[in-house]
Design a protein around this ligand. Structure first.
Ligand SMILES: [Zn+2]
Length: 215
């Protein structure tokens, strides 16, 4: 069984609870063995149950805060894709209102495959990367959709290093969360994508971009 990010075979058991095992790769990624994942139908049911919270004003406020953190890093006329937007297209609306044309894709709610053939200056994966069944393949495909000097904004929670803290961590109790990152696995991801400048924008929000300066 190899790591879904770096494909290394060298993994150790990190934790176990009543639902599943958590393996840790040398790259730093902690992940659930793929044979222990819930079905896609059950996954969809869980997302459906989150839909109500998406019409909540608190959710819009939450997305506004993410957008505000990203806006200083966007340049005039740049266009983006909110990959894994969920049932709503609120981020698209917020950024488009700020002058950055944005489209929305979601595997379950907005599966417009044609959008995955487009090219973008920036991609947003907000609370998405921890859900991906094939993170390596999907992220490499996404990288291919970026213009030169494109940017990827990723929001996810880094896992606590100490096993005691991990065992009690609320984030792992969501059965649709199937891998967890830390600084080291983010480095691995940045090498994979050749976007080696990682900036922390605050509140679990990171910006990946190329170290090569735009002319
Ligand atoms: Zn790995």
């Amino acid at each position: 069984m190899s790591c879904p990010l770096c494909l290394r075979q060298k993994v150790e058991q990190f934790d176990q609870d009543k639902s599943r095992h958590y393996l840790k790769c040398d790259c730093g990624l902690v992940y659930v063995p793929r044979e222990e994942l819930i079905s896609e139908a059950d996954e969809k049911k869980r997302y459906d149950s989150h839909q109500n919270s998406e019409s909540d004003p608190g959710y819009k406020n939450y997305l506004n805060q993410i957008a505000e953190a990203m806006l200083p890093f966007l340049n005039k006329k740049e266009e983006g894709l909110d990959f894994g937007c969920g049932s709503s297209k609120i981020m698209e609306e917020i950024l488009s209102d700020n002058g950055f044309k944005t489209r929305s894709f979601d595997l379950y709610y907005h599966p417009e495959e044609a959008l995955l053939k487009g090219k973008y200056h920036f991609l947003i994966l907000s609370e998405v990367i921890e859900h991906l069944r094939n993170p390596r393949e999907i992220l490499l495909n996404l990288k291919g959709m970026l213009h030169a000097n494109g940017k990827i904004f990723i929001k996810t929670k880094w896992y606590p290093d100490k096993i005691h803290d991990f065992s009690q961590w609320f984030y792992k109790r969501d059965l649709t969360h199937i891998q967890f990152f830390n600084e080291s696995s983010f480095q691995e991801l940045s090498h994979l994508l050749e976007l080696e400048d990682i900036q922390i924008l605050g509140n679990d929000l990171y910006l990946f971009r190329s170290t090569i300066e735009e002319k």
